[in-house]
Design a protein around this ligand. Sequence first.
Ligand SMILES: C[S@@+](CC[C@H](N)C(=O)[O-])C[C@H]1O[C@@H](n2cnc3c(N)ncnc32)[C@H](O)[C@@H]1O
Length: 321
Amino acid sequence: MELPLPLRQAVDGALVGVPMTELTVAAKALSQRYRDEVRDGRLHLSDARFALAYIATRMPATYAAIHASLTALAKQQPGLAPRSLLDIGAGPGTVMWAAAEIWPTLDAATLVETSPAIRTLGERIAAARTLPRIAWRDGDLRSGLAEQPHDLVTLAYVLDELAPKDRDTLVDRLWSLTRHALLIVEPGTTAGWQRILTARAQLIAEGAHILAPCAHALTCPIAQPDWCHFSARVARSRIHRLAKEAEAPWEDEKFIYLAASRAPTPAHPSRVLSPPQTASGRVKLKLCNADGAATERLVTRREGDVFRKARRVDWGDVFEG
Ligand SMILES: C[S@@+](CC[C@H](N)C(=O)[O-])C[C@H]1O[C@@H](n2cnc3c(N)ncnc32)[C@H](O)[C@@H]1O
């Protein structure tokens, strides 16, 4: 997955003239803060150096994870044609870019972001290609969100920056602002998965229909040390590679998400929970199924069409067979 061309160009444009050593140092420090899940009262993206490091080294990965999650949501709700998006903790506007790729119906976005450094950068980047109506709001999500309901509400890579007590209140508030669908994305760590499980239980109790990735609304069948997560392959641009002092032209972003809706999903096919294991004439799939169980399914060539389908699916896809 690559950033769409206008976004890639806008990001590269914003990075022109930034000394590479400065970017590298900031990228390292930012990455360490994310890895340690530091919550010291300071915003990770509080200054311009960190905001630039974010668009160079993190935005491509969060874009890929968000795009994959929104795509899964869209597949489970094919009739959904959102016109308005409310994105909380918008950073540089990553969700808006991904959602605009998926739904041409989208014509308005409200993006709430409390850090002026990343908000200003996001506004600058969005000038490259923007939705007809886009409103950036300076707001702290902990002090309540004075927004109106929107068709699609999103929260990507934000829960991990909040204290547990603030998370529950926020999820409640986001659901109350959701006209059709809500998406939450988190890093694909065990801690990220636990936060998603908590939000899932809360949303189910409030009457939400779970669209994805779960194939059901029963208790999650996965137990630690295993955890539910997915992976998106991200193409690294030259600046991305240099800023990370990395050689490989790509990286894998591990993520977990939850898509919930006001309307039930028309079907709940099984979802592939890990990379399929393929050998001659057989494919082994780890699946989350509609009956609430996680199972391993061995599909052999003898199953004809089902086998052909099994050979085509990937980690995170749905599987019917
Ligand atoms: C990791 S970034 C994610 C940005 C974007 N959603 C993405 O996925 O690329 C988390 C964002 O949440 C914002 N944030 C953190 N705490 C916040 C708060 N209390 N109110 C509003 N935004 C907040 C941060 O400033 C940061 O831009």
